[in-house]
Design a protein around this ligand. Structure first.
Ligand code: MLT
Length: 208
């Protein structure tokens, strides 16, 4: 369903039953239909809010432009981060979502825009699961993230992200005060089922 306030991004909203909301941010080439299948595996009762990234790379939706794999267009990243932050604020109002019970779930490019929202101090969500994330940009100053709880799922053999880069993101988030858990799997860019099960338990253990 589209409405005027939230019309800025094509998206899906699926009503749940427990007052929790998962903000689903897809990877390159995904769309708003990509991650809702993951929602029930993480929290079967939650509302799902799933926007589609607005930039296109050879026809593939993304949340911001890149110049090459892992090399971001920083001007576009800044603009898109602000644009998404404004849309999320409007969507929270429209769908009456409690930010204290909002968790961002991002995969790859979606995890990177979620990380950008966090390090720029524009994240309305209180928890995040960042799957295959890297440092979106080096912030000139760190925001106060003491109210954020974050799980990072990274692969030791990820061909797109150097382990040191994921570690650097975890360090930045920790320095900003976030409660951060970084879990490594001996795998590549794709997710493994047991990482999803682990993420479900992590989410349930901190739910109010
Ligand atoms: C990105 O561009 O955000 C990362 O390279 C991950 C990807 O989407 O392939």
């Amino acid at each position: 369903m589209m409405t005027t306030k939230t019309a800025g991004f094509a998206h899906r909203w699926m009503e749940g039953e427990n007052g929790h909301t998962l903000l689903l941010l897809h990877g390159t080439g995904g769309d708003e239909h990509d991650l809702p299948g993951l929602g029930p595996a993480l929290d079967p009762q939650a509302n799902l809010l799933s926007p589609r990234g607005k930039t296109l790379e050879n026809g593939m939706p993304r949340f911001f432009r890149r110049l090459a794999e892992g090399v971001f267009d920083l001007k576009d990243l800044e603009f898109r981060t602000q644009e998404l932050a404004e849309w999320i604020a409007a969507a929270l109002e429209e769908y009456e979502v409690d930010p204290a019970r909002l968790t961002a779930i991002g995969y790859s490019n979606g995890a990177n825009i979620a990380a950008s929202l966090l390090v720029s101090g524009k994240a309305a969500f209180s928890r995040a699961i960042l799957m295959r994330a890297m440092v979106p940009f080096e912030p000139p100053a760190l925001p106060d993230l003491r109210d954020k709880r974050i799980l990072m799922l990274s692969g030791t053999r990820d061909p797109i992200i150097e382990p040191a880069n994921s570690q650097r993101l975890a360090d930045l988030l920790q320095q900003a005060g976030a409660q951060i858990t970084l879990r490594w799997s001996e795998t590549g860019h794709g997710l493994e089922q047991r990482e999803i099960s682990g993420a479900r338990d992590w989410l349930a253990s901190g739910s109010k």
